[in-house]
Design a binder for this molecule. Structure first.
Ligand code: ACO
Length: 326
């Protein structure tokens, strides 16, 4: 059976850097606290007029360029995002038009920080069953628009950015070996955005009282995140009869250095097996994994034959993993 193989990666991070020292002037926090609790040094913030589709388009163009694939060769575009340009239509349709991918159909997928891995799983299935030959998978977020910039518990954690990969159906031993996805809606209150949906529509009060923006009970999320990331990573390895020792690179969702280190320890991974860039960009939700894949590939850390594990956890709760032979 054919497998979906990554043939190009791309990423885009906005120019504006927001450092911990700048955050010290915005809320009651310190560089030392943020560094010790999260490992984050700085994050990127999109320009006011810069949209999620703008960032996604740039990341996708870079991935297509690396793959040597023309936009009209793409059969499917799936994008993980919780910060689309509009409530509807799908932001991926805007990206499709920007790219000139006129032969693709496009949809967005809402799985918060697991959005990219969920999207990868959908695109992998699509290619495996022969529905098309090439797919574009994107994770893109403008979280700066939904973060409460007066809440020190959350605003220090997040950033904006986009990443993309081009997948091709190939008769190969390499490619995406398996995907394992999970969700549990009973944890809603620990991590969600109360406002701007149908339940609590946009209101002046919601914005002024800051009740519309992203809410999180950080230490509760932390515990479930470590447990779920560990379990779903083990699930992927077991399903393919690999041990963690055999992994060339573990690319987890970049939420927080402590979550990543705790997960890596439980999986008995060495530092050199883990890709970490959370210090530079913070948590960009659905964008963290494709941005990290693009950086790792361009740095030569992903070579033909590398065994790569992607694991994500996010609001919903949602979590999932994908094991790839590069
Ligand atoms: N600066 C200074 N002090 C702060 C800050 C800040 N930015 N934020 C919180 N504090 C204070 C709190 O008010 C609290 O003070 P108190 O003891 O006087 O009440 C104290 O620090 C400890 O707060 P905790 O929330 O218990 O701190 P914790 O060690 O859990 O760290 C953090 C908080 C970094 C949010 C951590 O819980 C975490 O990383 N959670 C994971 C959440 C996450 O990454 N979510 C992202 C989305 S989901 C995902 O991507 C996996």
């Amino acid at each position: 059976m054919k497998k979906a193989r990554v043939i190009g990666t791309g990423s885009y991070l906005p120019e504006k850097v927001l450092t911990n020292f700048e955050l010290e002037k915005m809320v009651e926090t310190t560089n030392d606290w943020i560094l010790a609790r999260t490992g984050i040094e700085e994050r990127r913030i999109a320009a006011e007029q810069e949209t999620t589709s703008d960032m996604a388009t740039k990341a996708a163009q870079r991935a297509l360029e690396m793959a040597g694939v023309a936009a009209d060769e793409i059969d499917l575009i799936v994008m993980g995002t919780i910060t689309g340009d509009y409530p509807w239509p799908a932001t991926s349709c805007i990206v499709q038009t920007n790219l000139g991918a006129k032969n693709a159909y496009a949809y967005d997928l809402s799985a918060a920080c697991s959005g990219f891995v969920y999207a990868l799983s959908c695109a992998s299935d699509f290619l495996q069953v022969g529905r098309g030959k090439k797919a574009l998978v994107i994770g893109a977020e403008k979280l700066s628009n939904i973060v409460d910039w007066t809440d020190r518990n959350t605003c220090v954690l997040f950033g904006d950015g986009a990443g993309a990969v081009v997948l091709e159906a190939q008769e190969t031993e390499s490619g995406i070996l398996s995907c394992h996805m999970h969700s549990d809606g009973s944890y809603l209150d620990l991590l969600y955005q109360p406002g701007f949906g149908v339940k609590n529509p946009v209101s002046v009060q919601g914005i002024e009282e800051r009740t519309s923006f992203l809410k999180m009970q950080g230490n509760e999320v932390f515990k479930v995140a470590v447990r779920s990331l560990t379990e779903v990573s083990k699930e992927a390895l077991k399903a393919n009869s690999f041990t963690s020792e055999q992994l060339d690179l573990f690319i987890p969702h970049q939420a927080n250095r402590r979550i990543l280190e705790a997960t890596a320890k439980r999986l008995k991974l060495k530092d050199e097996q883990c890709y970490i860039n959370v210090h530079k960009y913070g948590n960009t939700s659905g964008a963290t994994i494709p941005v990290a894949m693009d950086e790792a590939y361009r740095q030569g850390r992903l070579k033909e034959g590398s065994l790569v594990l992607l694991s994500a956890f996010g609001g919903g709760f949602t979590w999932g993993s994908a094991l790839l032979r590069w």
